[in-house]
Design a protein around this ligand. Structure first.
Ligand code: UT7
Length: 326
């Protein structure tokens, strides 16, 4: 039996720390407001000229080292980002060229906050079908460049950060790994959390620079998130006959500390079972679970053989979960 598993993890965040205090130079806001509503204390921002494919490089190298592999062994790349450096081609092609990965296939996906879990689902299929042996799943975001720094943008602007996470998905015989993934979407809510432009529906693609910023109906997102997170977690548990208490660690997409705390409460789980690093990095959308997984492994919260559940919710709306023997 050929099973896909996570052979290595890696992450990278840019060195520039932007604190809640720093936010006060652009916004009428306070450290107290941001911390109370989101749990975020600081986030990382890139310097100008850095794209997601650049952030992905050190994360990829760390994941390769963790897996004990050389980059030439990678035979496919899945790149998840909502903040690509160009309208096209996708960031995966820039990454492939920078890493000198020859002519292996690259697939860019645009699933926003659920990009990593959707990507994991694809990586599992590629590996278990035998089409590829070693898939690099890259999730990287540069969001600081699309933040509205006028006071109008304060609700969204304080939440997001830049960073990258990578996992190497490989096959092993008999021993289980990525057991199941569960993918969902509801396009009725597409415009509750979106960046409307550039858009191919009009000429030119950008009619108003304000449409390059993220619009979010925060209350609506919150309401759906606290319903869909528990739902998809239960789906992952049921699919594998797992009891919620036997799971060693839950890694939710780092959207908002309050959302995760409410989800833990709804599920009747202690907060310690939920991994958080949003305090340091903000919401790094597709990259957040990958960064959290890599950090959790290094700080001892996540060990080989652990039962791990991932869950994500975000723009689309999309939501997704995964059950993994790490
Ligand atoms: O991956 C999914 C990504 N998104 C999320 O997870 C976000 C989900 N939503 C949320 O977490 C919350 O809706 C937010 C944290 C975004 C906002 O919290 P809220 O409790 O829904 O606040 P609100 O938008 O209703 O605003 C409450 C007040 C308003 O003032 P008034 O009208 O009550 O006087 C806002 O103008 O807070 C004000 N406000 C701020 N004040 C200080 C909004 N942004 C800020 C700010 N600093 N940055």
């Amino acid at each position: 039996m050929r099973n896909a598993y996570i052979a290595g993890t890696g992450y990278y965040v840019p060195p520039k720390v932007v604190t809640n205090q720093d936010m006060m130079q652009w916004y009428d806001t306070t450290d107290e407001w941001i911390t109370e509503r989101s749990g975020i204390r600081e986030r990382r921002w890139v310097e100008a000229g850095t794209g997601p494919s650049d952030l992905a490089i050190p994360a990829f190298n760390m994941a390769l080292e963790d897996a004990g592999m050389e980059k030439d062994e990678i035979d496919f790349v899945i790149f998840a980002t909502l903040s690509p450096e160009a309208w096209f081609p996708g960031s995966g092609c820039f990454f492939q060229e920078k890493m000198n990965l020859g002519t292996i296939g690259v697939l860019d996906i645009r699933q926003q906050c659920t990009g990593f879990v959707y990507g994991l689902s694809l990586a599992k299929l590629f590996v278990e079908s035998g089409q590829y042996k070693n898939v690099a799943l890259v999730a990287a975001e540069v969001q600081s460049t699309s933040i509205d720094l006028s006071n109008e943008g304060r609700t969204v602007g304080v939440l997001f950060g830049d960073g990258a996470g990578v996992v190497i998905v490989r096959a092993r015989e008999d021993e289980p790994g990525i057991l199941s993934t569960h993918l969902h979407a509801d396009g009725r809510f597409a415009k509750e959390l979106w960046v409307p432009e550039p858009s191919s529906t009009h000429y030119p693609k950008v009619t108003d620079v304000n449409n390059l910023h993220c619009y979010m109906n925060g209350r609506e997102v919150f309401k759906h998130a606290v319903t869909r997170f528990p739902e998809v977690i239960n789906e992952a548990l049921d699919a594998n006959g797992w009891n919620k208490d036997e799971v060693d660690l839950y890694i939710p997409h780092q959207a908002n500390l309050r959302i995760s705390q409410m989800v833990a409460k709804i599920l009747g789980l202690p907060e310690e079972k939920f991994y958080h690093n949003i305090q340091k990095y903000g919401n790094t959308t597709a990259a957040s679970i990958a960064i959290a997984m890599a950090e959790a492994q290094r700080d001892g919260s996540l060990k080989k053989g652990d039962k791990l559940v991932l869950a994500a919710f975000g723009a689309g709306f999309t939501w997704a979960g995964a059950a993994i023997i790490f």
